[in-house]
Design a protein around this ligand. Structure first.
Ligand SMILES: CC(C)(COP(=O)(O)OP(=O)(O)OC[C@H]1O[C@@H](n2cnc3c(N)ncnc32)[C@H](O)[C@@H]1OP(=O)(O)O)[C@@H](O)C(=O)NCCC(=O)NCCS
Length: 171
């Protein structure tokens, strides 16, 4: 990536304010339909909980500008699907197209491999072209459409399911 001052690391409770600011900013973008209503206390509690649970992680991307991206990932709890983890991510509008989303996902892949997870999954709105382009570039494939998955502004909206088989991509 072009920004060699980028650090991707696990979140700590002291990141809570920055995480709230990032979440509110991205959720405020029109058409993204990303919901975010956490407070500083929620984020602190969440990060503390994550630090005690090996099956979940919150990764942050930090540059000289501060925290510009986050990724949350959780392994499935069921014994039948513990080999799968699902994640979501966001990058600050001012920091996009600099490889930060890719760097977060690459770190999440390492985290998942260390736990023996073999598949990553996510859902994305079919109109979210930047996110779909990012996932496709990293090898994710479309696995189906969850029709009428959300009800937003008086309309039912589909969600696309995408997946990445980690044993099919290079470590
Ligand atoms: C989707 C998102 C995380 C991408 O983060 P990013 O840091 O900009 O992604 P990267 O810089 O790593 O992009 C990697 C590649 O993805 C593709 N891509 C990313 N944004 C794109 C865009 N706006 N248009 C076309 N391709 C895009 C490109 O192939 C890009 O490589 P390139 O810049 O060398 O051409 C960011 O746009 C975002 O946070 N959006 C709002 C929240 C969101 O949609 N989250 C995902 C919900 S499922």
């Amino acid at each position: 990536m072009s920004d060699d001052r980028l650090i991707v690391r696990p979140a700590v409770p002291g990141d809570a304010d920055a995480l709230v600011e990032l979440g509110r900013d991205v959720a405020g973008e029109p058409e993204l339909w990303l919901t975010y209503d956490r407070t500083r206390g929620d984020e602190r509690r969440n990060v503390r909980g994550v630090q005690r649970d090996a099956n979940v992680a919150v990764l942050v991307a930090e540059t000289e500008e501060g925290i510009v991206g986050r990724l949350s990932i959780a392994r499935d709890r069921s014994p039948l699907s513990r080999h799968v983890a699902e994640f979501g991510l966001m990058v600050a509008a001012s920091a996009r197209r600099r490889g930060i989303g890719s760097a977060l996902i690459e770190e999440a892949i390492k985290w998942a491999r260390d736990l023996g997870i073999v598949k990553l999954e996510l859902t994305v709105f079919p109109h979210n072209a930047p996110a779909i382009a990012l996932y496709r570039k990293l090898g994710f494939e479309e696995e189906g459409l969850l029709r009428r998955r959300y009800f937003i502004d008086g309309r039912y909206i589909d969600a696309m399911l995408m997946g990445l088989d980690l044993d099919r991509v290079e470590a």
